[in-house]
Design a protein around this ligand. Structure first.
Ligand code: UT7
Length: 334
């Protein structure tokens, strides 16, 4: 992706929030035909976090943002633009961004929700980056936030065990150093894959009705095997492509930061990139698949654990519903 603007964008602050309620695999064993061993072996997930019934996704987004403001000494009124990629907004409209903006008093910002499923974070990141690169804005907040527990059918072992809730925020700011921050991105969509992972009802095609509710059409539906195969190929191909385009060898990369949908997809991508396990950010065992939150939450946790240093080359990679997929190459700065 070309940058003809005067600035590069860099991540100047990062934060995450996961709810307190821990849901272990044994909870699902208690009422579904599944086992802790199956879930760990096939997905790598040991537990996930759930928001309470009266806590919508905006609650998690606000927690992550408040934490970022506090830790990095940023004031709500400094934010120019807020983008929230999510498949689980509080409601279709007003946007979750409007709800969060009001709750946190970010009175000088505009913003919008974005829908790109598991690629939501990197698509939103690259959208926010454009406003920084062009010089239009100085502080852009990108917040992956999800309440996947509200979209999963509690009686479907194929999907419910996979997902969790949470939110994570990154702040983008400009730098005149064009060799640091977000350097490059390759993003793709292929709508012919839409039928394999979807939430069919609740939109204008199938508005809520007794029939849609009875048939469970408001839940996540996934052909896991097909998505798995496409994800392994899509994530590995695009990660290799961005490495090649930027003349990066495996030894140049500090971390792969992959979307956390399945540990086996992550491992297959790392193998194709010839990266050892210690160079792959992983938190799927603790949180499951949190859709647009997985990548920024990894960044935030590894940053807080002191595992990231200025100048580290990172490859962010994702694959998800749509199909949507892509990779971002960035040089860490904080
Ligand atoms: O984040 C967005 C993108 N999403 C993804 O990237 C997810 C991609 N897909 C996957 O991660 C995997 O396909 C799953 C984890 C969803 C499933 O793993 P799998 O190894 O691909 O299993 P499968 O779909 O091939 O199913 C194997 C068997 C099936 O039984 P039969 O038909 O062989 O009798 C399933 O019914 O495993 C069964 N199964 C389960 N068994 C115990 C499915 N879910 C469960 C479960 N516990 N929770």
């Amino acid at each position: 992706m070309n940058n003809n603007g005067p600035y590069n964008a860099y991540i100047s602050a990062v934060s995450h929030y996961f709810p307190e309620k821990v849901v272990t695999n044994s909870y699902f064993e208690s009422y579904l035909d599944t086992t802790d061993a199956w879930i760990i072996e096939r997905t790598g997930i040991k537990e996930r976090r759930y928001l309470e019934d009266d806590q919508p996704v905006s609650y998690a987004a606000c927690k992550a943002i408040e934490r970022l403001f506090e830790k990095f000494n940023v004031k709500p009124e400094e934010i120019d633009l807020l983008i929230i990629p999510t498949v689980s907004p509080d409601m279709i409209y007003p946007s979750t961004v409007c709800i969060v903006q009001d709750k946190l008093g970010m009175k000088n910002c505009w913003g919008y929700d974005m829908l790109a499923a598991c690629s939501g974070f990197i698509f939103a990141l690259m959208t926010g980056v454009q406003f920084i690169q062009s010089g239009a804005h100085k502080k852009v907040l990108v917040v992956g936030a999800e309440k996947m527990s509200a979209l999963a059918n509690k009686n479907d072992r194929n999907t419910v065990v996979l997902f969790g809730d949470g939110a994570s925020a990154v702040l983008l700011e400009p730098t005149t150093n064009k060799t640091t921050g977000i350097i490059d991105a390759i993003l793709h969509i292929d709508g012919s894959g839409g039928k394999y992972l979807k939430q069919p009802a609740g939109g204008s095609l199938h508005p809520a009705s007794i029939e849609t509710v009875t048939k469970g059409m408001h839940y996540v539906h996934q052909d896991g095997r097909t998505v798995f195969k496409e994800a392994v190929k899509g994530m590995a191909d695009v990660s290799l492509e961005i490495m090649k385009k930027n003349n990066l060898k495996s030894e140049d990369i500090a971390y792969l930061v992959p979307h956390q949908a399945n540990l086996r997809i992550i491992q297959a991508t790392a193998d194709r990139m010839n990266l050892s396990r210690d160079k792959v950010m992983i938190n799927i065992h603790k949180y499951g698949n949190t859709t647009s939150t997985t990548i920024p939450s990894c960044l935030s946790e590894y940053y807080e654990e002191g595992k990231l240093k200025g100048g580290d080359n990172l490859i962010l990679a994702s694959f998800g519903a749509g199909f949507t997929w892509g990779a971002v190459y960035l040089k860490w700065t904080i």
